[in-house]
Each structure stands twice: as structure tokens, then as C-alpha cells.
Design a protein around this ligand. Sequence first.
Ligand SMILES: Cc1cc2nc3c(=O)[nH]c(=O)nc-3n(C[C@H](O)[C@H](O)[C@H](O)COP(=O)(O)O)c2cc1C
Length: 177
Amino acid sequence: MEKTIAVIGSSRRNGNTGKLLDHIANELGIEVIDLASKNISPFDYDHKNIDDDFLPLMDHLLKYENIIFASPVYWFAMSAQMKIFIDRMSDFLSVEELKDKGRELRNKVGYIVSTSISEELDRSFINSFADTFGYLGIKYGGFIHMNCNNGFDLSAAEKNIDNFVSKLNIANVNVVI
Ligand SMILES: Cc1cc2nc3c(=O)[nH]c(=O)nc-3n(C[C@H](O)[C@H](O)[C@H](O)COP(=O)(O)O)c2cc1C
């Protein structure tokens, strides 16, 4: 099984969240998938959207053990792009043929990368991810948050980034027995 991959949902790919995630991804040597490059529509009770890009994307993500979810804070919450993606996890709970695939999420570890213009990351933001992870059986691995109130300054977040990358690096190592 491959180790780590990241998905980003932001209104701009190369904004603060994208830059922070790219820095982390470069350190880890991992792939980043931009949700904006995918055609993923909101949850549909009738599943008329079952053939959009959600399931192929999930097939790809499920090859990895650690999944990084990157989103800016928009109005105390995750971005709309990320929320649409997360909502679609409900397909795994409501489409009988997809339930086995949904259970594969139980072997995953989820991490959060976020930026905002506040020093502290709102608990509501973290909880919406962590509680969703919990419901789906994804273990919560932790988060990194960067305050971009004074612009994008990697050096101000260096220590946090180092800690986060080290944590992921340990998780990223393929253990050979
Ligand atoms: C629609 C919108 C809502 C926002 N809401 C918040 C917020 O609730 N709290 C906060 O600290 N920053 C908020 N911000 C600021 C962004 O979180 C911040 O600029 C972030 O770094 C943007 O990341 P991006 O470049 O990936 O979009 C908001 C920005 C936008 C555009």
C-alpha cells in the first residue's frame, strides 16, 4: 500500500492553503490532488451523479494509508469545495454496492492542513473534520494551521511545519519486516 496523498479544496489553487500544502508535499514527495480539477457534484439522494469523478478519485485515494485534507477556513468552516467532497462520503453509507469500499476508510489516517487570518484554528473547523473521520472510521492524525493575517510567511510557521512534516515522515516510511 502506498503511503500518503493530499487533496485540496480552495477557491484558488495557488493561494495560502495551496502554497502551504505544496511546501509540505514537496518535503514529503507526495501527490496533491486539486478538487477543482475534478467534476464532483453535491450529494444526491437519488445518486444520479454516481458516474462523476468522486468514485474514481476515491479509488485512487484508497490506495494510500494517510490522506491529507487541505482547506482554508471560510466562515469558520471548511471550504465549499471540500464540503461537497466530504458530503459525498455519504455515498459509501447509502449505496449498498459501495459499503465495502467505504469500510476501507477504516484503515486510513486523516490529517488536516488549513490557513486562515486567525492565530487559532476554530474548534468547529477541526471538529467537523475529526468527527467526520470518527464516523467513517478514519483515524485522526492531527492538523497544521497557518495564520496568514500578515500575508503568507512560511518562516513564521517553520516550527509547526517541521513538526507536521516529521509526523508525516514517520507515517510515510514503508516499514519493511
Ligand atoms: C469566503 C471567505 C471566508 C473567510 N472566512 C474566514 C474565517 O471565518 N476566519 C478566518 O480567520 N479567516 C477567514 N477567511 C480568510 C481565509 O481563511 C484566509 O485568507 C486563507 O488563508 C485563504 O486561503 P486560500 O488562499 O487557500 O483561499 C475567509 C476568506 C474568504 C475568502
